[in-house]
Ligand binder design. Structure first.
Ligand code: FAD
Length: 373
């Protein structure tokens, strides 16, 4: 029997496995395809804050960026590269947002290095820019490194049954606690208030004689070059979904779109695309990630419907599934958020530490119960 079984070996599942193993927990990590086989394996995995106006998500990403940057740098320096990031406005409205960001941020900003500016198109040079110290993670290697020490099994989980104080998984494995880190895939526990959207992303590795020493973010993200190789990626494709679309994804069209957008930012010469990575990233409907105990809607409504439907319900009144948690909905910032969220969730699982209300699954249950029941 395991202390904790984590279902899903993307950056969320692997970051949580790392935290729990640090507390000497026996961790089982299950994934139907392999480590970093979902959205995480496709990510460019840039570690940056959100360059936007004030808001809950921006504040969260600010804290997560500061935490995760140090986490990767201190614990995994061999698979984390510290590089300047130049974020370039896409249009005039974005120019104004970046100007205001520069005036209000507490992060130390830098001048964009001249060699980065030299490789930009004249259009990109004229736009407002923010430059700061950021990082790039080697996505797949990071997930593997974080999961080291857990017992990994390639297995598609179909059923979860709570019996006699433990979770039985497909009648094969048992664990005291289970964490669902299943990204944009079909949920194992059907709860009407949990809704996630999957946004398709595509990243390409290209060979090019253009050298680039910074991470460049405008319509797409462009990595620094290493031995003539650059990565270009984006998770912008809202029209394609592997389970819902009638036609297969058009890889050639996706490549052409990424290159066309990248060449608005940087002058790329002698381009040869040699590798594609694709995957779904999952986002919540308020854009904030979801972590913590999974609320059992049937049980909660049966026991305390009145307490649920008041203006500001106390989430502690809700009934959770026993020892069942989730971590999901990181949107386009999975690698920025995962170490930070995993720390919060691990403290909750290990020592019952409070999870901020705005991150809890309970917020979606409370909204759903008021609206739909
Ligand atoms: C092209 C692209 C570029 C991106 N760039 C960045 C970036 O620069 N910076 C950044 O921070 N983020 C980036 N992201 C977003 C980031 O990749 C995601 O937020 C992150 O990968 C989400 O991780 P996850 O662990 O929640 O999900 P996933 O990585 O999708 O992992 C979920 C796993 O669960 C497994 N699974 C699901 N159901 C089951 C089941 N029943 N049984 C067993 N296994 C199951 C799947 O096989 C999968 O491996 C990018 C995403 C894409 C696609």
């Amino acid at each position: 029997m395991y202390d904790v079984a984590i279902i899903g070996a993307g950056i969320n599942g692997c970051s949580l496995a790392y935290e729990l193993m640090r507390a000497n927990k026996k961790v089982l990590l299950l994934d139907m395809e392999g480590i970093a086989s979902g959205g995480s394996g496709a990510a460019g995995a840039f570690i940056s804050p959100k360059f936007s106006k004030a808001g809950e998500l921006k504040e969260l990403l600010h804290d997560a960026y500061l935490y995760s940057f140090e986490f990767y740098k201190n614990n995994f320096p061999h698979i984390f590269k510290v590089v300047p990031l130049v974020h370039i406005a896409q249009d005039e409205a974005d120019d104004a947002t970046l100007r205001s960001y520069k005036q209000t941020t507490t992060l130390p900003l830098q001048e964009a290095p001249q060699e980065c500016l030299d490789s930009l198109t004249s259009q990109a040079r004229q736009r407002e820019k923010v430059c700061l110290e950021a990082g790039v993670v080697d996505a797949r290697r990071m997930c593997i490194a974080l999961s080291k020490g857990s017992e990994f099994r390639k297995h598609k989980v179909k059923s979860l049954v709570y019996d006699d104080g433990m979770w039985v998984i497909d009648e094969l494995y048992s664990a005291l606690d289970v964490v669902l880190a299943t990204g944009a895939y079909e949920s194992l526990i059907k709860e009407p208030y949990i809704k996630l959207r999957g946004i398709w992303g595509h990243r390409i590795d290209i060979q090019s004689s253009t050298s680039n020493s910074c991470s460049l973010h405008q319509e797409v993200s462009i990595s620094p070059s290493e031995n003539g190789v650059l990565a270009i990626g984006a998770t912008h494709n809202v029209h394609y979904h592997p389970q819902k679309s009638s036609k297969p994804y058009d890889v050639e069209a996706g490549r052409a779109e990424l290159l066309q957008k990248a060449t608005k930012t940087i002058c790329l010469k002698d381009v040869k695309v040699f590798k594609d990575y694709m995957g779904l990233r999952s986002g919540s409907f308020d854009y904030i990630p979801i972590i913590g105990p999974l609320i059992d809607s049937t049980q909660t409504l049966e026991c305390c419907e009145k307490k649920v439907k008041i203006k500001k319900p106390n989430y502690d009144d809700f009934v959770s599934y026993p020892n069942l948690y989730m971590i999901n909905g990181n949107g386009g910032y999975g690698f920025v958020l995962a170490p930070y969220l995993a720390k919060i969730l691990a403290k909750h699982i290990l020592a019952d530490a409070k999870i901020p209300q705005g991150l809890q699954c309970a917020r979606f249950f409370a909204r759903w119960a008021k609206r739909e029941t």
